[in-house]
Design a protein around this ligand. Sequence first.
Ligand code: G6P
Length: 372
Amino acid sequence: AQAEKGGHSSFMVKEILEQPAAINDTLLGRTDSTGALVLDEMRIDPARLAAVDKIVFVACGTAFYSGLTAKYAIERWTRLPCSVELAHEFRYCDPVVDEKTLVVSISQSGETMDTLMAVKHARELGALTISICNTHGATIPRESDAVLYTHAGPEIAVASTKAFTAQITACYVLGLYLAQLRGGTHAEQAQQVMRELHEVPAKVEDLLGRMDRVREIARFMADTRSVLFLGRHVGYPIALEGALKLKEIAYIHAEGFAAGELKHGPIALIEPGQPVFIVVPSPTTPYSLHDKVVSNIQEIRARGARTLVIAEEGDEAVVPFADEVISVPATSPLLAPLLTIVPLQVFAAELAAAKGLDVDQPRNLAKSVTVE
Ligand code: G6P
């Protein structure tokens, strides 16, 4: 097993480091020489896809958070309404779905029973179903109209890492393809974003090379009892995923919040010494969201929070209110999740290891849950 881990302390650590390749391989072969997206592999009549009037993502766990992330991007690029549902809730809520609905399931294993049941139900209702999946020939892709594989390679650790960034990548590719089908400015924008996406793997590689301080912080925090995570816009699902990683493998109470929601409740939790990770939007995010989140950091710091700030390189505005600044390479706001999740994955893996826990095989959890 040691050899399979490629000399790393755990599969999770190895898989975190494999993310540049996972993202790159998921982009590979999906554009032609002119930069246009080509998804003939799905074998769906483009006319059928062009008729879609709304998109519903169904998934569980980490895959659900990749769908939440994709919603921000796909609505912006396509102007199609997008919703994201937990598969086990969707199946039993009498969902409003018809022939013009595109139901996209996201599943690393392709075997999650809750997600499979949601897909079968959506098909019964006449929806077009696409599976985003990491496992060739799995049940969910077989039961769907089409499949768009993520090419993350086998994921062994129970806590999902490279499958997550590959899922976001595949969702983005699908969203950009839909934008291209819609033509005009949507299509031009799609090619521009694809070019930027191709630059992301090198940025993730660069980021992975400077995680020493994050690991050090994690080791100092080995006896921490609670960690909060705040984010806004695409940083919100990243806060949720960062919290999930910590729960899953370090057994620490962790909760993610939308930063704007802070004043509506969670701020009451802040007491001196409470560690809070804040995923700060890029300063180029519209609607001054960056400044609004910086104000949130200021508010919680004034109440004694220990602020661990994930911000874009060169973002000086966060410095006065940060106990720690973790910088990530600059990219356009919608692509930032592919970077901002990395320090949170590294943090959880290192903290769990510092507690002497089995990073790859957390208690009570299974890699793939094949029962309802
Ligand atoms: C299990 C795993 C999670 C995973 C979820 C969905 O609960 O422990 O890590 O995110 O299933 O799995 P899937 O294979 O459908 O992506």
